[in-house]
Design a protein. Structure first.
Lengths: 110, 112
């Protein structure tokens, strides 16, 4: 099965902007992979922030946005807050095969 | 309120079996593809498998194929994960998910 790769860790200043990416071992990530982005804080269940590349839920803070960037899925956090410090995972769908989570990115707001 | 509540986790010996359950409420369960996801201690999320709305279509991660089976009972708004031939590496928190909604997880520990 495919391997989905993310940056292991990123640091952002409070109020700053950071972009996380999600790449696939099978080639470019497209909208056909229906990228999801999830946030997980220690000891908590995941919380889904973005679906189908760039769509937000009612609970998704406006400072989070999703896109495709250079053959990868991307999650941009603009105006980082201390409460955004967490592990972030992407999730890609491989048609007829199943789904694969990314390796995860630990975001530190410092 | 949309809610998923897992149960059935516990301590099991290597080679043993366990059945996890997930009770869904607050939405039309039969309209949704459902997933099981697990997370080993200190590790990332791993997609385990999913089941289609009517239970006919199922997909699994390679590491559990032939050992785990996902089923559902739409009349009882319930999702199940039947786990056989359990290994130490199956130890994890198991989450039931609709991908936008997540349960709180149930812990499976495989150890002698």
């Amino acid at each position: 099965q495919a391997v989905v790769t993310q940056e292991p860790s990123l640091t952002v200043s409070p109020g700053g902007t950071v972009t996380l990416t999600c790449g696939s071992s099978t080639g470019a990530v497209t909208s056909g992979h229906y990228p999801y982005w999830l946030q997980q804080k220690p000891g908590q269940a995941p919380r889904t922030l973005i679906y189908d590349t760039s769509n937000k839920y009612s609970w998704t803070p406006a400072r989070f946005s999703g896109s495709l960037l250079g053959g990868k899925a991307a999650l941009t956090l603009s105006g980082a807050q201390p409460e955004d410090e967490a592990e972030y995972y992407c999730l890609l769908t491989y048609s007829g095969v199943g789904e694969v989570f990314g390796t995860g990115t630990k975001v530190t707001v410092l | 309120e949309v809610q998923l509540v897992e149960s059935g986790g516990g301590l099991v010996q290597p080679g043993g079996s366990l059945r996890l359950s997930c009770a869904a409420s607050g939405f039309t369960f039969s309209n949704h593809l459902m997933h099981w996801v697990r997370q080993a201690p200190g590790k990332g999320l791993e997609w385990v498998g999913n089941i289609g709305e009517d239970g006919s279509a199922k997909n699994y991660v390679d590491s559990v194929k032939g050992r785990f089976t996902i089923s559902r009972d739409n009349s009882k708004n319930s999702l199940f994960l039947h786990m056989n031939s359990l290994r130490a590496e199956d130890s994890a928190v198991y989450y039931c998910s609709r991908k936008d909604v997540w349960g709180q997880g149930t812990t499976v520990t495989v150890s002698s």
